[in-house]
Design a protein. Structure first.
Length: 305
């Protein structure tokens, strides 16, 4: 898996785990009407069957949502931000925590998003670990979100243009004439020529060696059901919204960094001190990266919970 995909996948995991926690979504629902203090939130959560101390609510539920800019704290009261309200409207009555495991590696979600087009198992192994692939597919099948399309034949044989002048026996020529360019299965070839499967395979091998036919293994394709497509679409909407909000608030100003770098380079060239300029650039980028990671850390803490 490439590094850029790994980084994007890690951010997706963090953002999805924000909205899969039932207590956090319940907290957001409670705050839709008006901002509340920790005492008021604690009492409202008790009424919903969630018993937590104020410190737990602040640290593990309200705090991460503040870091994600879904909640805001003002004068000891917590309220939904515009982004938080938009996200709750987007979620509607969908309970992602009831569909997917919470605080997970988001394998099921990744699989649904990857199946925007039908894929085989090898293709999907680019999106999640092979060791978890079969188990993830079985869970999604059990939920009626994914179906398997098994091939009607394991191998398809096709006629090729190369080797047209190769010498052929009577049976080889008859067998070759039964194979269309768009492909045919071994059983159909054997039936058309009137020979056994064993002899069919023997002659097909000869034709392959002469460059007259090719064979392509057929694989099982996995695709989404209508329910799976609907859920995958909702997941993509949520991720697009949260990533946009996240990047707008967290992304370093790379253009500004480049402008400052160019100004320093120009100044350093004027005084002939290139070594100092390099150190300054290195320190600047290291500082910017440190600030970026520091802002990302609440998401990491949220994911590790």
């Amino acid at each position: 898996m490439c590094k850029s995909r790994s980084a994007s996948s890690a951010i997706n995991d963090l953002l999805l785990n924000v909205v899969k926690n039932k207590r956090r979504t319940k907290l957001a629902q409670i705050l839709i009407e008006r901002p509340l203090s920790l005492d008021e939130i604690q009492q409202r959560l008790k009424g919903e069957g969630y018993y937590h101390s104020r410190d737990t609510i602040r640290k593990y539920y309200a705090g991460p949502m503040v870091a994600a800019k879904l909640l805001v704290e003002e004068n000891g009261r917590y309220g939904l931000t515009n982004e938080g309200r938009s996200l709750m409207a987007l979620l509607g009555d969908m309970d992602l925590g009831g569909i997917f495991p919470s605080s997970s590696g988001c394998y099921e979600e990744k699989c649904l998003l990857a199946l925007e087009v039908p894929r085989n198992y090898d293709d999907l192994s680019e999106y999640l670990p092979k060791a978890d692939l079969q188990r993830t597919i079985r869970r999604l099948q059990g939920k009626g979100l994914v179906v398997k399309a098994r091939p009607s034949r394991h191998v398809t044989y096709r006629r090729m243009a190369e080797g047209a002048d190769a010498p052929l026996s009577k049976t080889e020529r008859k067998l070759l004439e039964t194979i269309p360019k768009d492909g045919i299965g071994v059983d159909d070839i054997a039936d058309a020529v009137g020979i056994s499967l064993r002899r069919t395979y023997k002659y097909l091998k000869r034709l392959r060696e002469k460059g007259l036919v090719s064979n392509t293994p057929n694989v099982t394709l996995l695709s989404l059901t209508e329910g799976g497509k609907k859920l995958a679409g909702k997941l993509q909407q949520i991720l697009s919204f949260m990533q946009l909000t996240y990047l707008q608030q967290k992304e370093p100003n790379l253009d500004g960094m480049q402008e400052k770098k160019e100004a320093r380079d120009k100044s350093n060239r004027a005084i002939g001190d290139k070594g100092n300029g390099y150190k300054c650039d290195e320190d600047y980028y290291r500082s910017a990266l440190s600030r970026f990671v520091e802002r990302l850390w609440p998401y990491v803490e949220l994911h590790r919970e």
